[in-house]
Every structure is written in structure tokens, then in C-alpha cells.
Ligand binder design. Sequence first.
Ligand code: NDP
Length: 469
Amino acid sequence: MLFGLPFVCYALIASCNPKGCSLDPRSWHSPLDFVPTSKGGGSTFLVSFAAMVAWFAAQAALHLLLPGPLIEGVLLPTGKKLKYKLTGFKNLLVTLAVALTLGLRENPSTKEPWLALCYDYYVPLLTASLAFSTLLSVALYAASFRGGGNGGRGKEGKKAKTTKKAQLLASHGTTGCAVYDFFMGRELNPRFSFSTFDWKEFCELYPGLIGWVVLDLGCAAKQWSVNSKMGSGGGSFGLFSSLLLSFSPKASPSTSTPLVPNLFSSSGNLSASLLLVCLFHAAYVADALWHERAILTTMDITTDGFGFMLVFGDLTWVPFTYSLQARYLVDYPNQLSKFAIAFILMLNIGAYAVFRGSNSQKDAFRRDPSDPSVRHLKTLQTRTGRKLLVSGWWGVARHINYCGDWLLGWSWCLPCGFGHAVPYFYVAYFAGLLLHRDRRDGKSCAAKYGADWEKYCRIVRWRIVPFVY
Ligand code: NDP
């Protein structure tokens, strides 16, 4: 996993790039072929690394400076609750405002919007992100040995003398096998003692997710500049107005000018397929950041240590594999019919309704079972004192939220058409992730609720997809 996951990131570039797109490794191209050479190979990586550090620092600075509510997390084994400052949605808005103003200005050396550099430097940026993730994981691993551990919960904690400020260790990341612990993460909530800045919560939602949206925008800027004549009124206003006009009912093929995208053609400034992918991804990220407090009760925050698995997943895997469809559409523009656009839009909206409806319903129920939005739902009383929903979304399937999430993934992949299989990597990978997560959660609920969970499974028969699985 330590080497396999980074390999997949590069394999996706080797298998699908401007020179070809294929599942057959014999026809792949070296990712090095797509490293810009104009400024010298070595310095390209250094500049990209500097950009990555600046990006991380900028997101952290915004997070620290912007106002946001201080919300308590779950009760920790120490009997305390940590406070988290939540500014994710504001970070996104500020970043988008900067990207859509400064980032769309013309870069004098390339005659393209600055943002298009995200596409041009995709491989060095991926490498920089991988290097950054590895360094951060090493630093977190080393830092986890400071203090005395968690006072008897991890193996180390048993031996260590516990101090008042001793850090809490994750049980999965304290096996004593250094490589395994490095991968899983030793410390549960790495923080500076003087600040509410939480490394794990920050990395889970800020630089990676917002970086994904910016990479997408970079791909859109690249396609726009390739398809447009920058000299004829391009620049920042040109692309910005193009984006706005995409939604205008007047933007029809018959009225289009070089600055107005033709939504139904792959030869417009910005194709409908790429526009849909960018909007869908941005909406997904905006949704996650709008509901930021929901992450405080997820396994990632409450149970998993912050090691290479999460650091790499958050900072490298998510932005650089989830933006695959946008990168693909720059290299292989796909023309969508009006019918296809309507179908994909409906799929996205329907999938979002399932995804958001189910997640919000459980969230509301867990926060306050007497909330007017959930108090009419049927429940199963368990011996732990907690109730399980057996009607509403959670009566349809035990993980109906995964079903909605997976269908959302389909709406991101379908704009790529059926010319190549590689852009469908996301739905294949995500199906595996969700199946594994469903099993893992099922086991933990069975351990938590015992016979009551079996009863619940008999009432709600389907795991993820009603009448199928
Ligand atoms: P879930 O939202 O599925 O929560 C599972 C927990 O909900 C269980 O452990 C249980 O905890 C509670 N629960 C289960 N059944 C019921 C019920 N009938 N009534 C009330 N509570 C119930 O957890 P995840 O973190 O796996 O998923 C959250 C969302 O994040 C999903 O939509 C998922 O698709 C998405 N996700 C996206 C990823 C991505 O990369 N895009 C990666 C991972 C997740 P308890 O009873 O203790 O409250």
C-alpha cells in the first residue's frame, strides 16, 4: 500500500495522457514525458514543491485568520473533548474568488491563464505533493514520540509515564511495527499545544479537497485557452464571462462567438462535458465543507491515527486521482448531446438527493432524535441505549448514503463518454472502497449493538443498493 497507492497515481498518467489512453501497460507512456522542460527538469520539481508548500501555508493561514465557529468533537477516551475551528466553506469561497480573478489573468510567458499551469505542471505537482505528504508523515511519526503517550491505551502508553499534556495515540497505529505504525498513524489528534489547529481535520478537508477544485479549474482554463484565441479579447474577463454565459439561456450554438462557449459542442471554448465535471466536483467539495462539522464524528477523526495513509490520501490521492476526468477531457474533449446532458444532470441531482438526504437524516437523528425532521421515523431500541433508524432513508438500505455517493461518481465519469475505460477508474475504485467500508462498519456495529444489530439487519435487508446488494 505504501508504494502501491503512489504508483497508481502515476499509472493513471502513464495510462491516460495526450499521447494515448489505454489499459494495456505496453502502450503506456512515462509520466516524465509530461514534465515541462522549458525551465529545466530539476528546478521544475523544486518550483512545484515550493508551490505546494505555499498552497498548504496559504490554506492554513486562511483557516487561522478567517472567523469560524469553535465546535466540540466527540468525547475522547481521556474524558475530554477537543475544539475545532471550522472555516472550510469560507476557505473555499476565498480560494475560488482568488482563482477566478487572479488565476484567470493571462500569463505573459505562456499566453494562457495562470491557472492552466495546474494542467501543464500536473506531474511535477503530483510529485511535489507526494514528497510533501511523505515529509509531513515522517514529521508526524517522529513528533508522536514526544510526551508520554495516552496513559495505558496504546502499548507505549502502558510503559510511558503519563503527563497532563500526553498525546493520545490511536490503537491501530501503536503495534510497535514501525512501518505499519508509520502507515496507520500513531497519534490520534496531532496539534500544537497552543492552538486549535488540528493537523488531521485540516488536511482531511482543506488543502486536498480545495486543491482538487483548483486542479479542475486549471484543466478548464487549459481547455478554454486551447480552444480560444487569447488575443481576441481573452484575458480574465473573457474566461470569467464564458463561465457565466455557459448558464445563460442565450448561449446557444447560433449566438456563440469566440468568447461564448458552445455547450453542445466539443469545439466551444469550454465544453459542456468539462463544465459539468468541474461543477459537479466543486458542488461535492462545497457540500463537504458546508457540512464540515459532520466530519468530527467520522471514523477518520474519532478512531484512525494520522499517518501516511490519511496524509497521502488527503493531500495527494484525492486531488490527483479525483481530477482524472477533468484532465482526461482536456486531452480527449467529448461532445455531449442535449439528451446526454439532461440525463447526466438528472443523475447527479437524484444521486445528490439520496447522498445528502440520508447523511443529513442520520446526522439530525444522532444530534437530536426529537428533531421535527426525524421524530416521525420508526426506530429500533438497542440495549446500548441508542436507537437505530429503521424507516426513512436508513430503512431502504443499511448504507443508502454509499449508494448515492457512488451514483454521484457515475455522473462525474459519464461526461467522459465511452471512448476509454481509464476515466471510469473512480467508480471502480470507489466501489471497492465503499464495499470494504460497509463491511468494516458492519463489523463495528455488530460488535457495538450485538443481537440488536442482527435484528436491524433482518428488518433492513439490503446493504447498499436496494434489491441488488
Ligand atoms: P456513515 O455515515 O455510513 O455512518 C456509519 C455509522 O452510522 C454507523 O457506524 C452507526 O454509528 C450509524 N448508523 C448506522 N446505521 C444506522 C441507523 N439505521 N440509524 C442510525 N445510525 C446508524 O459513515 P461513513 O463515514 O462511512 O460515510 C459518511 C459519508 O462519507 C458517506 O456518504 C460516504 O459515502 C462518504 N465518504 C466519501 C469518501 C470519498 O472519498 N468521497 C470516503 C469515505 C466516505 P452509530 O450507531 O455509532 O452512530
